[in-house]
Design a protein around this ligand. Structure first.
Ligand SMILES: Nc1ncnc2c1ncn2[C@@H]1O[C@H](COP(=O)(O)OP(=O)(O)O)[C@@H](O)[C@H]1O
Ligand SMILES: CC(=O)N[C@@H](CCC(=O)OP(=O)(O)O)C(=O)O
Length: 260
């Protein structure tokens, strides 16, 4: 039997609220066994850009990342957010290791080719992107890797990658060696039937009814790429994928995804 590995991803809605973020860290620190944290921070990065007089541009949930935007997201994700999380985890007794993809060449990305839209310095990942051998070594050393959304292309260029995609790619790559559960954590209790009602959690979504939920408009915006990443992870052998509230990771109420 494969050993278990838990991969948690937290998004910008939680990262933006200091008290919530610290509560998540407290809960995450209590989880036993090998674990990995992936963080976004898109909301805070957009706020920082606006404060600097730069208009954030997002298309289909992906940030158009020109040179100025890349500087800001690198400072915000790989700097402030990553190091604050690592320090907070250390404060809770977790030996966290903060990483961008460039550190130890742990994730290698490819600049997204220009098609209808030029996304700028945005990095796509493929099956060969994740250096799972090195990550396994970190886990054997009882380190807890903490990944930000910054990767590199192997030729000296940093690239910005959606954090949900990083979490799903890590889960897929590591599922060869581990029984991976992938937890997408955000500020709602799961995928909701009615976005204004936090108690309307859809507890099970299959690949079949996902299409219906999409067409009816129940699932929209940032939830669309999240679920696409989630189903792809399941198809590639990830054992379990859940969508849950970052402050209720111990509770039963959540959305679990199934292939059928
Ligand atoms: N049915 C739904 N249930 C929950 N959230 C939904 C739903 N449809 C759309 N969303 C939106 O998806 C967002 C989560 O996606 P995103 O902003 O990318 O998350 P993250 O903060 O993890 O990066 C929620 O904040 C919510 O506004
Ligand atoms: C290319 C791209 O879109 N990168 C994302 C990375 C951060 C992220 O994914 O943050 P959340 O998880 O908080 O949304 C961005 O800059 O917004």
């Amino acid at each position: 039997m494969k050993p278990e590995l838990k991969i948690f991803k937290i998004g910008g809605g939680i990262i933006d609220r200091e008290a919530d973020l610290m509560e998540f860290v407290r809960l995450f620190a209590k989880i036993d066994g090998p674990k990995i944290l992936v963080h976004g921070g898109g909301k805070g990065a957009s706020d920082m850009m606006k404060n600097l007089g730069i208009a954030p541009q997002l298309v289909n949930g992906r940030r158009i990342t020109d040179a100025a935007a890349l500087d800001i997201v690198t400072m915000f994700y790989a700097g402030k957010t990553n190091k604050q999380l690592v320090a907070a985890l250390q404060g809770r007794g977790v030996n966290a290791l903060g990483l961008s993809g460039a550190d130890g060449n742990v994730i290698l990305a490819t600049k997204r080719p220009v098609r209808e839209i030029d996304y700028g310095f945005v990095g796509d990942l493929n099956e060969a992107s994740v250096n799972s051998g090195l990550i396994q070594q970190f886990l054997h050393l009882e380190l807890t890797p903490v990944f930000c959304a910054i990767n590199h292309d192997g030729h000296g260029q940093l690239l910005n990658t959606n954090a949900d995609t990083i979490a799903a790619s890590l889960a897929k790559a590591l599922s060869k060696e581990y029984a991976v559960s992938l937890h997408f954590c955000f500020e709602k209790r799961g995928v909701l039937e009615d976005i204004s009602d936090d108690n309307s959690v859809i507890e099970k979504i299959t690949l079949n009814n996902y299409g219906e939920l999409k067409e009816s408009g129940i699932i929209a915006d940032g939830m669309l790429p999240k679920l696409e990443n989630a189903f792809e992870a399941l198809q590639f052998g990830v054992s379990k994928v859940v969508i849950e509230h970052a402050l209720h990771i111990n509770e039963e109420l959540k959305t679990t995804l199934w292939l059928n």
